[in-house]
Design a binder for this molecule. Structure first.
Ligand code: TYC
Length: 109
């Protein structure tokens, strides 16, 4: 098609309509890391895990640990898949080394 030979009508947005520009980047899917309660893991160990791997203050770590203790499950943090997966591995490895049955899982947000 020669320059200046523009057709009107079909195709493309109508003249004068403001189209909101859409960024091409997509937000990554996010995943919750969940901690599960059990009857044997010491409370202090759970608080330590939350401080060490989830960057929680002692107060916040204690609050989350008590929530899990009372309700059965709680959110430690929300991350992209690979980060969430790494956190779960770190928690489970340390728990196993210390012979605690602490369980941690991922749930898509
Ligand atoms: N229920 C455990 C106890 O009484 C403490 C505990 C809290 C264990 C949270 C696991 O994710 C957990 N010692």
């Amino acid at each position: 098609m020669a320059e200046g030979d523009k057709r009107e009508g079909e195709g493309g947005p109508a003249t004068g309509v403001v189209v909101k520009p859409r960024p091409k980047t997509k937000k990554p899917a996010m995943y919750k890391v969940l901690m599960l309660n059990d009857d044997y893991t010491p409370m202090e160990f759970v608080v330590h895990v939350l401080e060490r791997f989830f960057q929680k203050s002692r107060d916040e770590a204690t609050r989350i640990m008590m929530h899990v203790h009372r309700r059965g499950v709680g959110v430690c943090g929300i991350y992209t898949y690979e980060v969430a997966e790494t956190k779960v591995t770190q928690v489970m490895d340390l728990a196993r080394q210390n012979q605690h049955p602490l369980q941690c899982t991922i749930e898509k947000e």
